[in-house]
Design a protein around this ligand. Structure first.
Ligand SMILES: [Zn+2]
Length: 92
């Protein structure tokens, strides 16, 4: 037999449950880590060296990278994204 008891939405429920996404601090935190404006597609430089290949980037790459970075409005996710997409080398 199927279960007849189902969880109701917080608006209909008699017991008041925590709705953490509605908290003011969490709304501000979410707003802080969402993009304020669309990505700047104009390249500020014209590097094409061994280390920097800025001119080989096209608009789709920039948009895709920006979208992947702002996938979650969360500081930990965005910090990990930067760590995953950078390479650490020792100084010479
Ligand atoms: Zn550059």
């Amino acid at each position: 037999m199927d279960s007849l008891i189902k969880e109701t939405t917080p608006q209909l429920s008699r017991k008041r449950t925590q709705q953490k996404e509605d908290w003011k601090c969490n709304k501000l935190k979410k707003e802080r880590y969402t993009p304020k404006e669309p990505p700047n597609l104009r390249l500020p430089c014209d590097h094409y060296t061994k280390a920097y290949r800025c001119t080989s980037l096209n608009h789709a790459d920039i948009i895709a990278m920006n979208k992947a970075f702002y996938k979650k409005p969360d500081k930990i996710y965005q910090d990990n994204f930067i760590i995953n997409h950078t390479k650490v080398t020792t100084t010479q």
